[in-house]
Design a protein around this ligand. Structure first.
Ligand code: MN
Length: 238
C-alpha cells in the first residue's frame, strides 16, 4: 500500500520456552487502520536500537509483564508481577530514541507504564495492595468486553480524537502510573482516580492508554477505540 507508515511493535519473549510472543490483535489493528506493522525483536545492541528508530515511522509499545521497579528507583514488592529486565532495557532505550527523534508513539497497558518510566515517572507496583478501595482493574470478563468507564480530560489530544468525555474500557492491569513524568499530562481517569491515559505536552503524537483498545477496535459500537488506531497511523504519515 502506498502511504502506509511502518510502525514498529515491541514484542515479548516467553521466558520458559524462549518463544517470541505477540498477540496478533496489535498488528491486526494497525493493518486495519492502514499501517504496516513491523515486529521488533528485543536487542541490547544500541546501534540496532538506533537503526530500528530510524527505520520506523512510529512506535507501538505493546502490553506485557511488569517493569522492574529498579527502573524507577524502588525495591521490588511482593505484589509486583513477573519482570523481564532485557525487555525493559530494550524498550526504554528504543522509547527514548524515538522520543528524541520526535516520531509518534502509542503505548498500550504496559506501554503507558513504560512511557511514564522512560520520562522519569513511577508506578504503583500493585493497585489492590497499594490503593485500597480502587476498582477491580483486573476484570473477569474477556478483553472484548468493557468493565469500567474513564472520564476524558477536557481539551486534551485524547478528547479531540475520541470526541467524547466518557468512554467504557476494558481493564487488565494490576499496576498503574503513580508519579506522572514531568513532560506528560493526564488525559483520562477511572472513577477511583487511577490514571488511565497520558499524553506528551510537546510532541505532536505521544499518547498512551492503560486499557486494551486493540481488543475493542472495529467491533460494533466501539468506534472510539478504532479512532485511536486511525489517529496514530495518520500521525505516522506526517
Ligand atoms: Mn482500568
Amino acid at each position: 500500500m502506498i502511504n502506509s507508515p511502518i510502525i514498529g511493535v515491541t514484542t515479548s519473549v516467553m521466558t520458559d520456552t524462549l518463544v517470541l510472543h505477540m498477540n496478533p490483535c496489535y498488528p491486526d489493528a494497525l493493518l486495519r487502520a492502514g499501517g504496516t506493522p513491523l515486529l521488533l525483536p528485543q536487542t541490547g545492541d544500541a546501534s540496532a536500537v538506533a537503526r530500528y528508530a530510524q527505520l520506523i515511522d512510529g512506535l507501538l509499545l505493546s502490553g506485557g509483564d511488569d517493569i522492574d521497579p529498579a527502573r524507577y528507583g524502588e525495591a521490588q514488592s511482593w505484589s509486583c508481577g513477573d519482570i523481564c529486565p532485557q525487555r525493559d532495557e530494550f524498550e526504554l532505550a528504543l522509547c527514548r530514541e524515538v522520543l528524541r527523534l520526535g516520531k509518534p508513539i502509542f503505548g498500550i497497558c504496559r506501554g503507558i507504564q513504560l512511557l511514564n518510566v522512560a520520562l522519569g515517572g513511577t508506578l504503583y507496583q500493585d493497585l489492590k495492595s497499594e490503593w485500597p478501595g480502587s476498582l477491580a482493574h483486573q476484570q473477569h470478563q474477556k478483553p472484548e468486553y468493557t468493565s469500567h468507564p474513564v472520564s476524558i480530560v477536557s481539551d486534551t489530544q485524547l478528547q479531540h480524537i475520541l470526541e467524547t468525555d466518557m468512554l467504557a474500557v476494558n481493564s487488565h492491569h494490576h499496576q498503574a502510573v503513580k508519579e506522572l513524568a514531568p513532560e506528560l499530562r493526564v488525559s483520562a481517569l477511572s472513577p477511583d482516580g487511577v490514571i488511565e491515559a497520558v499524553e506528551h505536552m510537546q510532541l505532536p503524537f505521544c499518547l498512551a492508554v492503560q486499557w486494551h483498545p486493540e481488543r475493542l477496535a472495529w467491533r460494533p459500537g466501539q468506534d472510539a477505540h478504532t479512532a485511536l488506531f486511525r489517529a496514530f497511523v495518520e500521525a505516522c504519515l506526517r
